[in-house]
Ligand binder design. Structure first.
Ligand SMILES: NC(=O)c1ccc[n+]([C@@H]2O[C@H](COP(=O)([O-])OP(=O)(O)OC[C@H]3O[C@@H](n4cnc5c(N)ncnc54)[C@H](O)[C@@H]3O)[C@@H](O)[C@H]2O)c1
Ligand SMILES: O=c1ccn([C@@H]2O[C@H](COP(=O)(O)OP(=O)(O)O[C@H]3O[C@H](CO)[C@H](O)[C@H](O)[C@H]3O)[C@@H](O)[C@H]2O)c(=O)[nH]1
Length: 329
């Protein structure tokens, strides 16, 4: 199969590219490299096109000549806080630019699209765990941009027969088992890498955002899903579409909630070191609890999180931080 992966030089994209290559797929990556890393693509047979998905002079020739069976779309901006202060950056990159990609796909007759959505499309949920039937009411422009692209894809199905799968990830975490690739965002806002950077002395401390939530230890609860489990779901989503599946959407999480404090405890066990912690106020826009009901992904895609262990997730992230790249490409 011929697969185009946008954003394949980023964190989740690069892990998925490795798994796609293992299945024998012929993979082309389109990445602007604004936040991606060429070294995150470790398989020499992968073709890397450096370009912007909103640039028709790149995207049209690529789609028209590529004869792709499917497009797996990771490329987006991902910083929730920045989306509040600069929403246009997010609406442009996460909505307007994918329109160019989608138009090129339709023109080229490529009608299978798998795309990275997020639990942020639910905003503050009314039920835990969160099923896909929960009302989507995002509380920041990042989540809003992902919900809008979901709507665009549904309209493209009705109008052009484009079949899409939206994968609504909960908290992507961990790194490849061999420590060869991993999470290297700049700036890094995510909890687990920031804890480990603090252990390594690359940050002075980790600040816990809020200790007064209505949770057992007062800190926020999230559903941390291993990046290789996410990658596996993309392979299954492509397969589902190739077999004639209709446009559909799935939560991807473990179904288990872990507090910020529990993640810090796991990091102390993994590293054998004390995590330098300060306690600060709540971060604006953080829902207290986000946990996936991922039964639909199991029923339809046969997907289930294999890793349900905070220790293992943090351990793989620590392998990356202390491996040959030292956590930075
Ligand atoms: N990390 C998470 O916890 C999480 C959670 C839910 C959803 N997601 C979604 O998953 C996807 C991947 O996230 P990630 O953590 O791997 O991010 P990342 O920043 O590591 O990867 C995104 C990649 O897309 C590229 N890119 C961005 N805009 C582009 C453009 N216009 N043209 C071409 N390339 C472009 C970047 O250079 C980067 O390599 C994103 O769509 C994100 O919204 C991530
Ligand atoms: O330095 C930090 C960083 C995070 N946290 C806390 O740790 C938890 C996880 O925070 P992350 O920033 O790692 O992840 P988010 O839950 O904010 O964000 C993730 O889920 C979002 C959906 O809500 C988006 O999809 C986003 O891309 C994805 O990274 C939150 O309770 C946050 O308050 C801290 O206490 N200190």
């Amino acid at each position: 199969m011929k697969i185009l992966v946008t954003g394949g030089a980023g964190y989740i994209g690069s892990h998925t590219v490795r798994q796609l290559v293992k299945t024998g797929a012929d993979v082309t990556v389109l990445d602007s490299m604004v936040y991606g890393h060429p070294a995150a693509i470790v398989d020499p047979e992968v073709k890397l096109v450096k370009g912007d998905l909103g640039d028709p002079s790149v995207v049209y020739p690529l789609l028209l000549q590529g004869n792709f069976d499917a497009v797996v779309h990771f490329a987006a901006f991902i910083n929730v806080g920045e989306s509040v202060t600069d929403p246009l950056k997010y609406y442009e990159n996460n909505i307007a630019k994918p329109l160019v990609l989608l138009r090129a796909m339709i023109t080229a007759g490529c009608k299978r699209f798998v795309f990275s959505s997020t639990c942020a499309t639910y905003g503050v949920p009314t039920q835990i765990p969160i099923p896909e039937t929960e009302k989507q009411d995002p509380i920041n422009p990042y989540g809003g941009s992902k919900l809008m692209l979901e709507k665009v894809c549904k309209d493209c199905d009705r109008a052009y027969g484009l079949k899409s799968v939206f994968l609504r990830y909960f908290n992507a975490s961990g790194c490849s088992e061999d420590g060869l690739i991993g999470e290297d965002h700049e700036p890094e806002t995510h909890l687990i890498p920031n804890i480990l950077l603090a252990v390594k002395g690359e940050r002075p401390v980790i600040e816990v955002y809020g200790t007064d939530y209505d949770t057992p230890d007062g800190t926020c609860i999230r559903d941390y899903i291993h990046v290789d489990d996410l990658a596996d779901a993309h392979l299954r989503a492509v397969d589902y579409l190739v077999k004639g599946g209709e446009t559909n959407w799935f939560n991807l999480g473990t179904g288990l909630g872990l507090s910020v404090r529990e993640i810090i405890d796991a990091a102390e066990k993994v590293t054998g070191k004390k995590v330098p912690v300060t306690y600060g106020p709540r971060r604006e826009g953080d829902p207290p609890r986000l946990i996936a009901d991922a039964r639909k992904a199991k029923d339809v895609l046969g997907w289930e999180a294999r890793c349900k262990d905070a220790f293992h997730i943090v351990d793989t992230a620590w392998k990356w931080m202390t491996g040959p790249h030292g956590g930075h490409f």
